[in-house]
Design a binder for this molecule. Structure first.
Ligand code: I24
Ligand code: DGL
Length: 280
């Protein structure tokens, strides 16, 4: 019998940081990834629009009969996760709760910093998630709108990057946090710089990696985990943008030389209806 895949969605290629971790930790699973590169970035967009875009990607993956959905994008999680969970039958997991849980486990002084896109920080979803679990923890958040363009222009190691990261984190550094959540798919690429600016005493949390840790538990809980069989697993990628550019980034990042990438237009996405049987 063919394996049922896990769906991952993201605003573009950043979610590949989550995909890499997922492929490493869950080698028996099949994955379908969709990146909305044509409409990326989501970070600066209004919440209602991000929610609608996230639904477009979700309907596409549901149509491919996925068994679980991972919202790899922090901005999409902040805007759409509660509604997706409320409406859909399959388990839906976002990156904000796992990142928050890991930060609470890590902090000694109860001072947690959160960085992310404008949309993620504006939503206050990280603060709410942390406070709900540990009322006395102080949460200091900071939008870093310059970080995504920095990574996407291949400058995450440059002198400019160092300057931008130093300036963006200046206020947060004064708050003496002992734990900092990287609440954006792209930030793990800036980790050495962020660590350097914040100091070695600050523990950085990668929300995407934490999410994959929890997926493994959830698969067992719902009895959805694949057993090791001779059946090969699938890794399929879909992009609303350029297939070749997606291929270049994905194959280099995932260290895969043969990678299956298909184009899907935004119009196509909009034409897919939500199946009644996918609703709760
Ligand atoms: N990294 C990201 N986005 C890009 C990029 C990058 N270009 C170089 N690198 N471009 O995100 C975004 C716009 N493109 C996307 C594809 O369609 C057209 C528009 C971070 C990716 C994290 C996995 C740098 C780079 C790379 C390969 C691997 C990793 C990486 F080229 F950061
Ligand atoms: N994937 C987004 C996130 O994690 C970052 C890129 C974007 O703004 O779309 O918030």
């Amino acid at each position: 019998m063919k394996k049922q895949a896990i769906g991952l969605l993201d605003s573009g290629v950043g979610g590949l940081t989550v995909m890499k971790e997922a492929m490493k930790q869950l080698p028996n699973e099949s994955f379908y990834y969709i990146g909305d590169t044509a409409r990326c970035p989501y970070g600066p967009r209004p919440e209602e629009q991000v929610k609608a875009f996230t639904w477009d990607l979700t309907r596409f993956l549901l149509d491919k009969n996925i068994k679980m959905l991972i919202i790899a994008c922090n901005t999409a999680t902040a805007a759409a996760l509660p509604e997706l969970k409320r409406v859909l039958k399959i388990p839906v997991i976002g990156v904000i709760l796992p990142g928050s849980r890991a930060a609470i486990k890590t902090t000694h002084q109860g001072r947690i910093g959160v960085i992310g896109t404008e949309g993620t920080i504006r939503s206050e979803e990280y603060r709410k998630a942390i406070k709900k679990k540990q009322q006395q923890t102080e949460v200091f958040s900071q939008a870093c709108p310059k970080f995504v363009p920095l990574v996407e222009s291949n400058q995450f190691n440059s002198a400019i990057a160092k300057k931008v990261v130093t300036e963006s984190l200046r206020d947060l550094k004064r708050q003496k946090v002992d734990t900092l959540v990287m609440g954006c798919t792209h930030y793990p690429l800036l980790k050495p710089l962020i660590q350097n600016v914040m100091g070695e005493q600050v523990t950085l949390i990668d929300s995407g990696a934490e999410t994959v840790n929890e997926v493994s538990v959830l698969l067992d809980y719902y009895d959805l985990a694949e057993e090791k069989t001779d059946q090969p697993n699938e890794r399929k990628f879909y992009t609303t943008g350029s297939v070749n550019m997606f291929k270049d980034i994905a194959s280099s990042w995932l260290k895969m030389n043969e990678i299956e990438v298909e184009h899907v237009s935004v119009e196509e996405l909009k034409g897919i209806e939500l199946n009644e049987s996918d609703r709760k």
